[in-house]
Design a protein. Sequence first.
Length: 382
Amino acid sequence: MPIPSITRIALPSPAPGTERALRVHRYGHSGARPKAYIQAAIHADEIPGLLVAQHLLRRLETLQAEGRVLGEVVVVPVANPIGLNQQLNGRLLGRFDFEGAGNFNRSFPDLSGPALERLRGRLSPDPAVNVERVRAVLQAVLAEQDVVRETAALKRLLLELAIDADIVLDLHCDSEALLHLYASCWQRDEVVELGAELGAPVILLEEDPGGQPFDGACASPWWQLRAALADEGPIPLACFATTVELRGQADVRDDYAAEDAAALLRFLQRRGVIAGAPEPLPVPACEPSPLNGVDVMTAPAAGVLVYQKQLGEVVAVGEVVAELVDPFGEPPGTARTPIRSMASGLLFARSTERLVRPGQKFCKVAGHTPLSYRRVGQLLED
Ligand SMILES: [Zn+2]
């Protein structure tokens, strides 16, 4: 039975006279497999995903009319109406919740603990049966979570829409950046395939990034339960979730968005969500590198940041990437501190801020060798 295309789901009213809602677009058939879930701009000031989602919706409308959506596709084209409404002095500030709930893409609930207790002694020798059981338990655990605040309700709602998906694509961007992807090291093959379709020059693999971002909340229960219940029955990794960084905040262009949307749909076609024979996979633009090999460069003091290296340049260990100018330094007009890369690799992301504070992170270089200062479980920025 065809499912309704658009639903509106209200969030709890944060103040009398105010109410926000999610719009959820569904294609294909409810319950059909594979299920893909795509959301844009949980970090509300990351606009490229909002435009890519529009290109996706237009194409999915056509695919639906042609009967070519074999599985189910759920798109939330505006994932964070709370953050989108956060303006201060004329600027949209959508990364952190103004009400104090922190980074919108952190602290999603970890469902694996409570799910583990309910799955003990209930696994089958058949992995397909276990996939269904795990999904049902994850949904049940999530439904029992008590939420009151608007932001907590938003997070639970997004996770409810995605938790049973086979594929989760979370659309983000960096400050100014090349297109890059974050995924788990357990899902290297999937993310390399997606990266090849997108032409991604950087793919970052992590074992445990920490922080409970959305993609991890969807995918990590599977490998945690697989490990914890290895003696009881086979659990496949039934959810591939990835964070897609669609370049920089100002890279809001129809040509990029049309290409990106087409690439995401080709990936879904390759995975059997969309009908048709896929083209040969493009040659990947990179080898994945470890997230703990990314040098996240940090300002040692306050000052004016002057880059010596540009986005897309390859830098070597010890090379000066930027200089920090102290406007009050001595002798006057000459006080500069060079900031050197600790990694050899591609400079793939930079902050657009040019006045930095002590400790401010401003630049990322993707190296292939893990760095000793990068701690597993603490690999994501605030
Ligand atoms: Zn983001």
